[in-house]
Design a protein around this ligand. Sequence first.
Ligand SMILES: [Zn+2]
Length: 190
Amino acid sequence: MLKTLDIRELRTGMAEVIKYSVIQDRDFFYFLQNNIASAYALDETILFRIIKTCCTIKAAITAQDEHESGLRAILNFGHTLGHAIETLTGYSRFRHGEAVAIGMAAAARLSAAWGYCTQDACNNLITLLEAAGLPVQLPSMERDSYLAAIQKDKKRERGALRMVLMKNIGEVFVEEITVEKLASAFKNYI
Ligand SMILES: [Zn+2]
């Protein structure tokens, strides 16, 4: 099936692959750093490891959190802003994975700015996304448009905005942040 996809579709899938490495598996992140080109060349050994690792991580997270009590939320890394980007661009300019890539880069920048991860960890993620041919810059739009789209997103609960932030490559956590905190970070960091 992967052989039937064009490179842009492979890249959009790779965004979710990179997500799995960032949320759970640092060694897998390094593996991807070293093997992106082989993956896009559809090297079967590399693809097998990628697919198996992603399925294993997802199965482990959902098994630990059958009732969606919280852990599963880390699967949404990059998706808070990703969904906002898709909404604001009418689901036409970006494929889902591209929007998620931009969302992950933004989440990493926020994590570094707020002191949850090092600038190196943030840079490493952005460098891998770029090496994978994915966009990392937020499309230029009014900040208030982003904030409105984020607040409408269904992941929002009881007025609090829950965002998945990065502690390190391979380790993320869910943080409740206020819209005001996100708003003030927008201009300077994202
Ligand atoms: Zn997704």
